[in-house]
Design a protein around this ligand. Structure first.
Ligand code: DTR
Length: 337
């Protein structure tokens, strides 16, 4: 009888170990992460890095499914789609809705930001200081910027007169720069650009140079004119309800990664730009055009109206515009190498 009881108990314990509840690991929290450009481009590379690190640092408590290439949400729907809960997380380019992100888009003003690392840290500090209203409906997981913008074109641009009236693709703050230089700025999100180039609707574009390799734009654009002006800001945001439901230890992992992710992405981008230029020279005989320093200074001096206009618009919205600009200049100096 006693022996029977022991066997029964042992059996029950064994069943508990292999079988159901208390011992079996809990199901991971499943999250979706939407992104708009193709998988090999830098916004998606940073997405995969974040996913891997979060899954690792939460010991598998969280499982993230990524959706590159606009398969879940596209470039212009990213913010509203995440707010509506169509994706738990989304990566957006603020330049596609310039008026919507007044404070953080100020990082794209002509500020002499020379690297993506510098831009990303400036942007992150700016965001954390001002916590602007436009992000109040979401949880911001990180922010970063591209490297400065340069002209990539099918025809050589060696002077302002070469640039006059040339249709070039850009967006947001960087687009304003092109307009002042006299180009025919055509605004569209990055994923629409390959077709516009192929069809000859545009003769090039104005953004960071890693796209020469990642989108193979070097096949068309045999020239890159170095202007080092204007970065594009990005944000990674989470649906607020999703965030509120996460356990504290998971929230901590994500919060602790925010600045680190900005830094990682900045470094990745800067390094990738160098590789892209080399790749384009070797495979497509890219010619890199550098303007004489005096000439480049002249180009940059033409950009003051952009800052003036931003100050005016930001003040009209009741923002502490002068202080934001002063902070940006100081941060930009702080993070300049
Ligand atoms: N917002 C972007 C900036 C950008 C630079 N490289 C890439 C790669 C993939 C998507 C966007 C971007 C732009 O529109 O130029």
């Amino acid at each position: 009888m006693k022996k029977g009881l022991i066997i029964a108990l042992a059996l029950a314990m064994a069943m508990a170990i292999v079988g159901t509840s208390p011992i079996k690991a809990a199901e991971p929290i499943k999250l979706t992460y939407a992104n708009f450009p193709p998988a090999n481009t830098f916004p998606c590379v940073q997405m995969e890095r974040w996913k891997t690190e979060v899954e690792k640092r939460t010991n598998g408590k969280v499982a993230i499914t990524t959706f590159p290439g606009g398969t879940l949400l596209d470039a212009k729907n990213m913010m509203d789609g995440v707010i509506a809960g169509q994706a738990n997380i989304g990566c957006l380019s603020m330049a596609y809705q310039p008026g919507r992100f007044m404070v953080t888009n100020a990082v794209s003003l002509p500020l002499d930001i020379r690297t993506a690392l510098q831009g990303s840290l400036v942007l992150w500090d700016l965001y954390t200081k001002y916590k602007p209203e436009e992000f109040a409906k979401v949880k911001v997981l990180t922010m970063f910027t591209t490297a400065p913008s340069n002209i990539m074109s099918t025809i050589p641009i060696r002077s302002l007169s070469d640039l006059k009236g040339v249709p070039l693709r850009a967006s947001g703050g960087a687009g304003e720069i092109l307009k002042l230089w006299g180009a025919n700025m055509i605004g569209m999100p990055m994923p629409d650009t390959p077709e516009a180039l192929q069809k000859g609707v545009v003769k090039g574009l104005f953004t960071s140079l890693e796209v020469l390799m990642d989108f193979k734009f070097a096949e068309y654009c045999k020239y890159a004119t170095i202007t080092d002006a204007g970065v594009y800001p990005f944000a990674v945001v989470m649906n607020m309800e999703t965030w509120n439901k996460l356990p504290d230890d998971v929230k901590k992992v994500m919060d602790d990664m925010a600045r680190e992710q900005a830094e990682w992405t900045g470094k990745y981008m800067d390094d990738h730009v160098k590789k892209s230029i080399e790749w384009s020279k070797q495979n497509h005989k890219l010619e890199v055009i550098t303007l004489p320093p005096e000439e480049l200074k002249k180009w940059h001096a033409m950009l003051q109206p952009i800052t003036d206009q931003w100050l005016k618009d930001a003040k009209a919205k009741g923002l502490p515009a002068d202080q934001i600009l002063a902070d940006l200049r100081e941060l930009s100096k702080k993070y300049a190498k």
